[in-house]
Design a protein around this ligand. Structure first.
Ligand code: UDP
Ligand code: MG
Length: 324
């Protein structure tokens, strides 16, 4: 596999670490998050920058970010999207803006404690390209955990890379991996899976996870199901192949069944009891057909979306101190 990397233009003041944080209506968490991040990163002795990407928040998030940037113009940078484009688009934008040698992503809701970052960095320094966190004692409701299990299972199957926790966004990446990710122009994607694609060595370490103290989760079931469809079709053609194989298998079974019915007719004479069995079988076929169509539609839809080349996000405002 060829690695799609290119040397990035590096400004003189490139920090060692860039932390990228997507923010969507997190006004209650931002101040504490910034304070804890700065404390933790200062303690590592490395140079760093923190990039907040406001994903079209409707609360006071941008106001707070503006103030944080004014208080720490050298280390806090902020972008704001024109409207809500989604968590992963926000991370893409942050990656594009980041100047660091190592990149870390983190949720804004403090569920993944920022204090875990030094451990990720230490692991990365051992020679890994990507280090993911997995939430050892995930503090979410089972209703929220169930779809995540599904995502994990599907992602492991589809990408062939078995990670314990694809959904944990507390992750660290080497610059080369992010350069490759930055070259991906597809309009919907999933950062941890992309990172796997461009990493040779991936590690996972357990990280703490706490319950959301303030604000609400931005994901409901419908959003998660849509994400799942995106993932399945975005990373492999396995689903469509599986449906194809199943189709062949079902057709063979149908033939055999037809033969069996024919023989019965021959030996036992006409019967009508089988009518309902046939109905049942018909439903199975119709179901499979629909599923196949849905998957096909998904692929066609994706092609359509790609050929339109629409901008993935629109930045409204950027707050930063230019590098010297
Ligand atoms: N987020 C975002 N845009 C969205 C949804 C979420 O930027 O459309 C951010 C959110 O502010 C948080 C992170 O993505 O920093 C994860 O969201 P959340 O905590 O709601 O997800 P969960 O923990 O329930 O998976
Ligand atoms: Mg959360």
């Amino acid at each position: 596999m060829t690695l799609l990397t290119y040397p990035s233009p590096k400004p003189k003041s490139a920090p060692a670490v860039s932390v990228v944080i997507p923010v969507y209506n997190e006004e209650e968490n931002l101040e504490e998050l910034a304070a804890r991040l700065i404390r933790t990163l200062n303690a590592t002795g490395q140079t760093f920058e923190i990039i907040f990407v406001d994903d079209g928040s409707r609360d006071r998030s941008w106001e707070i970010l503006t103030r944080l940037h004014q208080e720490h113009p050298e280390i806090i940078r902020a972008l704001s999207f024109y409207r809500n484009f989604g968590q992963h688009q926000a991370i893409f934008a942050g990656f594009t803006a980041a100047r660091g040698e190592t990149l870390v992503t983190l949720d804004a809701d403090l569920q993944n404690p920022p204090e875990e970052i030094p451990r990720l960095l230490a692991k990365l320094a051992e020679g890994y390209d990507t280090v993911g966190g997995w939430r050892e004692n995930r503090q979410d409701s089972w209703l929220r955990k169930l779809p995540s299990r599904l995502v994990n299972w599907i992602m492991s199957l589809v990408t062939g890379a078995h990670l314990k926790d694809y959904g944990c966004m507390l992750r660290a990446y080497r610059r080369e991996v992010v350069n490759s990710i930055n070259q991906c122009q597809e309009s919907s994607s999933f950062i941890p899976a992309l990172a796997n694609l461009y990493s040779r060595r991936v590690a996972e370490i357990p990280v703490r996870h706490v319950e959301r103290q303030r604000g609400r989760s931005k994901y409901n079931w419908v959003r998660l199901i849509r994400l799942n469809f995106d993932l399945m079709t975005g990373f492999s053609h396995l689903p469509i192949h599986a449906v194809g194989l199943l189709g062949i298998f079902m057709a063979l079974l149908g033939l055999l069944f037809g033969l069996y019915l024919f023989l019965r007719r021959f030996f036992l004479g006409p019967e009508v009891e089988g009518v309902f069995t046939l109905f049942a079988i018909l439903f199975v076929f119709v179901g499979l057909n629909t599923l196949g169509l849905a998957l096909l539609g998904e692929y066609v839809g994706r092609i359509y979306r790609e050929v339109r080349h629409r901008p993935r996000y629109i930045i409204r405002q950027t707050l930063e101190t230019p590098p010297d």
